[in-house]
Design a binder for this molecule. Sequence first.
Ligand code: GLU
Length: 514
Amino acid sequence: MEREVRVRFAPSPTGALHIGGVRTALYNYLFAKKHGGKMLLRIEDTDQTRFVPGAEDYILNALAWVGIKIDEGISEGGPFAPYRQSERKSMYMQYAQKLVADGNAYYAFDTPEELDRMREELKAAKVASPQYNSITRVRMKNSLTLPEDEVKKKLEAGEAYVIRLKVPRKDEIRLNDLVRGWVMWHSSTLDDKVLMKSDGMPTYHLANVVDDHLMNISHVIRGEEWLPSAPTHVLIYKYLGWEDTMPQFAHLPLLLKPDGNGKLSKRDADKHGFPIFPMEWQDPFTQEFAAGFKNEGYLPEALVNFLAFLGWNPGTQQEIFSMEQLVEAFTIERIGKSGTKFDINKAKWFNQQYLKEKTDDQLAEYLLADLAKNNINCSLEKAAAICGQLKERVIFPQDFWKDGKFFFVAPTVYDEAVVSSKWNAEVANIIGQFGSALQLAANDINADEVKSTLNVVLEKNDAKIGKIMQALRVCITGVGSGPDLMQLIALIGSHETAQRIAQAIAVLNNKVQA
Ligand code: GLU
């Protein structure tokens, strides 16, 4: 019988969720939905020293914002509750003890000073990466080297200990990864990872494997940075006798810096001026704010579409995919092996495509919200018409106000380059006549009427429209390019336009004379 697909997203609440984490969650979600399976959210908080208040809520909110729905987890509950590892603390020791009893793990009593000394000695002996492993463990204080009764005494006396995995000296560990195919490690390159810490908490390695097993996880889809942990996990599955139901693994390609050189970090994102977190995050310790895709104006559906393509492709030319279409198209086979460059311009492109798809009335809501913040009244109808004029150019919702401010506010500065190349007495004269004509016209005017009013003036002066067009635009908006000028004037109204023209002529003629 085919195994039910059950995947999990298992973040540690150590800060804001990185955008790469959102991609991992997304791929898990797409895979689960595609196969009619379940998506779990498990919080891996066994490292109490790295716990950051607020991080867990942040993760939940970020997943909800991008539209990833969780079937079982800390908020939803489920048949394998609790889904927070700190609340499962009492479950793990029995598995560590079974490993010890079977000779696959051992107690280690080394103090931090003793461990430091071991590392120093190895360094002095030019060992490249000093490790507690099959070679060095014979010199340390553990249940492999100490007499049995002494171990017993120490345990009874409550002496601090950890439990370490006993990695065989010579073995080959293999894993058939769904993304990279067969991967092989020599056990001699692995260290004897701590499984239980002296505070009674399991480490990530033990808790992760035990929970994936107990929660009946069928596929582990996670970032490539976890690939080095995989052989340790494979050994634990084997030693606990769980090989038959071991999940299948898929390690996702790394997200690379924009230039493709190395792993993407927050520093790189800061340097290039783009966010690395889905939503804004305030560090609870330093109070520092970090930007998020949400507050920068990215739409969740655009971000999802962008992230889906960071490491996966549908094998066709189609680029725009709704969440439902992604679920339909997604396969692990089409995930690439090599790292993928983080191109923020592509994210912007997706955002633009999704914004353009919205109706003018929907877009007007963005503009109206910004207008309200600036105490400017505007009808929905007018706001929608303005958004209609701007929608081909904007990338973010806030651009309607930023790029369309001139619909509401007269310019105070005029583009120098246009003025110096296009402004002269004749141009000023024609534009002045047009202003006067507008002043006499009805305030409510449509684009065709604006055009014929302008044509009358041009004919009278025997001038072509090209002569004055850019200068006229600068008088009204301050800048040399923008949406259709006739529409723009109609939306601003003839009287306000006439006033702006008069004002501009006064300023610019003065300037030219000076
Ligand atoms: N707790 C790990 C993390 O923070 C989970 C890694 C895994 O998926 O196994 O990403």
